[in-house]
Ligand binder design. Structure first.
Ligand SMILES: [Zn+2]
Length: 223
């Protein structure tokens, strides 16, 4: 395992060097970076990040309303109450995806560092939740072609950013008018229940229904 990781890193470095040598094909064959899903269906995508706060009220809303959600969890944040999240995946309609091990700006790391963060998180999420994550949310939405290449080497099909952040960071942000295919960003913070209600209200007001992300990414040819 350790050896194949090194090989992957070397191949990544080589292909980047080749790409930098004037190829007009930058980005070809790399996983897509998606901040909004092209769709004709009246759907929005609710995503919730990190996992540090485990609010029972937020879980109750997700389970009662059976909201399809994509959770980009840090393995360390999930590990001290994995049960909170497995309930959401087993009794609710949540899927758990990759958000790296320690939330770095991936564009600042070398190839080995990127590999450790993305492949490492994938392995820990698989061990905790029994499913290999195929989506990556790069912390801070920080992406470049090297990050996409590293993600691909770790089995990532799509890098997912967001259209609107509904998280209350200090002050509650103004509620935007949602459009079909928008990706809503929330966080596991103490205000998650209220932020989630605001997002669900905005979706209702726009005549949109929360939907599972992966099938729509596949339908759009982005996963
Ligand atoms: Zn995050």
């Amino acid at each position: 395992m350790g050896r194949s990781r090194v090989v992957v890193a070397v191949v990544a470095a080589l292909s980047l060097a080749l790409g930098a040598a004037g190829s007009a094909q930058a980005g070809v064959g790399l996983p897509a970076v998606v901040g909004q899903v092209p769709t004709s269906e009246k759907v929005v995508f609710i995503t919730i990040d990190d996992g540090w706060s485990h609010d029972p009220e937020a879980a109750r809303i997700l389970l009662e309303k059976r909201v399809p959600v994509t959770l980009f969890l840090l393995p360390g944040a999930a590990s001290y109450d994995t049960g909170y999240f497995t309930r959401l995946t087993e009794e609710g309609r949540a899927s758990v995806e990759n958000h790296t091990v320690s939330h770095p700006d991936l564009t600042t790391l070398d190839a080995v560092g990127k590999d450790a963060e993305v492949c490492g998180a994938g392995e820990r999420i698989e061990a905790a939740f029994g499913r290999v994550p195929r989506l990556l949310r790069p912390p801070y939405g920080a992406v470049n072609d090297e990050v996409r290449l590293a993600a691909k080497a770790c089995g990532v099909k799509t890098l997912v950013t967001w259209t609107h952040d509904f998280t209350t960071w200090g002050e509650t942000p103004p509620t935007p008018r949602l459009k079909a295919g928008d990706i809503v960003l929330l966080h596991f913070t103490p205000t998650l229940a209220a932020d989630l209600e605001r997002a669900l209200g905005a979706a209702r007001a726009a005549g949109l229904k929360p939907a599972a992300l992966m099938p729509h990414l596949k339908a759009a040819g982005l996963a």
